[in-house]
Structure formats: structure tokens, C-alpha cells
Design a protein around this ligand. Sequence first.
Ligand code: FAD
Length: 263
Amino acid sequence: MLTIKQYVKVQSLEEAYELYQKKNNVVLGGMLWLKMGRGSVNTAIDLSGLGLDRIEETEEEYRLGAMVSLRALETHPGLNELTQGAAAESVRHIVGVQFRNLATVGGSVYGRFGFSDVLTLLLALDARVVLYHAGEMPLAEFAALPRQQKDILTHVILPKAPRRVVYLSQRNISTDFPVLTCALSHQGKKYTCAIGARPMAAQVYGDEKGILTGGVTGESARAFAADVAGRARFSSNLRGSADYRREICQVLIRRGLLAMEEG
Ligand SMILES: Cc1cc2nc3c(=O)[nH]c(=O)nc-3n(C[C@H](O)[C@H](O)[C@H](O)COP(=O)(O)OP(=O)(O)OC[C@H]3O[C@@H](n4cnc5c(N)ncnc54)[C@H](O)[C@@H]3O)c2cc1C
């Protein structure tokens, strides 16, 4: 069980950041992952009074506050239009609606979980994150940062650039953690493929060899899938072996590319 000695609902990001620098203090998202842990926390830092539960829209981008719930991401009409439903598809398997009403975008991204559907989708959308201290940076850069750095994630930014998007995951049973996650996007000549739950945190693979330059066909989709599966690192856990994941990776990429092509 997690024991919290002191709880502070902060009035500003500065207050949150300063408190967070002290040993054994934690920032709270929806607390769904945190509450699974054991040990003792000195001060739990609640960001819920800072207006970070909004999805804001400008001409160029969507700005998702860290406290936006996964359910809000799932049901947001603009985000689903932008991603052709991939936003909803990426989270709909996560436990249940009540759970997704509480789990936050900030906790999901900051956690950089090896099984994350959310991270997989956002990486394929060229998302950026805003950190209170370190500022704005590409999500891929943030995902590679050492975990010891303590910062407050305030927003996730999604560019509105029109692109085709497909999200697929493989699960042994509905609502379980994924065996593999796959998000594909196509913008102009650029294909981006994010593979997660390898079971390491999602990673992005491009088409540097130009396999898809002539368009997506059954053959080129198969070749690109084999290329990514050959480059990605996979491991085994109780949900599947590395070899099984490599096979599934090829299937998901091929299906995803063909689905994207068919619209
Ligand atoms: C049983 C279970 C099943 C799950 N299944 C899946 C699944 O299938 N697919 C999937 O993608 N995810 C899954 N998840 C993860 C879930 O969707 C959330 O990503 C996770 O619970 C974290 O979100 P949270 O809001 O609960 O964050 P919390 O648990 O509150 O926080 C998580 C971490 O992020 C830190 N944090 C939170 N917000 C911030 C912030 N703004 N700035 C800095 N640090 C912050 C916390 O200190 C903590 O270290 C599952 C989780 C559980 C518990």
C-alpha cells in the first residue's frame, strides 16, 4: 500500500516544481498507477487546481493539459477527426470507462510505460511535450530522457497537420495490457511507425530506405513491416515471447498500412 504523509493542492506550477525537487515527494496524475505501488511518500502534489484539465485548440495545434483524462482524449470529436478515430482506438482497451475517466494524459506520458498505448499513438503524431522547467521538446526526445530528472509535465501538443493515421494493438484478452502496439501515420511523403509494448517504451521507425516511396501495395507493406520488425528490439514477458512479438509486429504494420491505404 502507498502511504502519503502530506497532501498539497498547489496554487502554481512554480510551487509544484519546487515541492517536487524535495526527496520522496511525488506529483499526482489520476493516481491509478501510483496507487499500485508500495512505500511512503512525504508530500503528494496535486495539480488539479491549475486548469490543466482542458483540451485547447488553435489553428495549428491541440494543447492537451496534463490533467486531461484518457476518456476526454477518447471522446474528443476534433482529436478523433484529426486521427480518423485512432485517438479513441488507442485507449478504448484500457481497463474500462471509469478508469479512463481518472487516468490522465500527463501521468500516462510522464510514466513512459513500456506497455503504453498512449505513448505509441502520440509518438506517431509527432507530439511535443511542455515541461515546466525544461520547456517544450519533441515527445521522442522526452521519452529518452533519464528518469532522475524531476520536472512537471504541463501539456502535450499535437500538431494539426493533416495526415492519415491508424492505430492497432494486439492483446491476449480484452482490457489486458497489450502484447504489442502499433501506430502508423502518413503525411506527404513521410511514413512514421511507432511500435510499443515490445515490452519496452514505444519507439519510432521511419522509412529511411524508401520502401514505401512508390506507394503502399501488398508487397511494399510486407517489405516495410519486415524492415521495421528487423530493426526493432523485442523482449519476452508473461504476455508473449520476443519472437512472437516480432511476428505480430509485421502483421500489425502490414494490416495498418493497407487499412490506411484503403482509408
Ligand atoms: C491496472 C492498470 C492497467 C493499465 N492498462 C493500460 C493499458 O492497457 N494501456 C496503457 O497504455 N496504459 C495502461 N495503464 C496505464 C494507465 O492508462 C495510466 O497511464 C497510468 O495509470 C498513469 O496515469 P495516472 O493519471 O493514473 O498517473 P499517476 O499514477 O498519478 O502517475 C504516474 C506517474 O506519472 C507522474 N506524473 C503524473 N502526472 C505528472 C505530471 N503532470 N508531471 C510530472 N509527473 C507526473 C507521477 O508522479 C507518477 O510517477 C494501466 C494502468 C493500470 C493501473
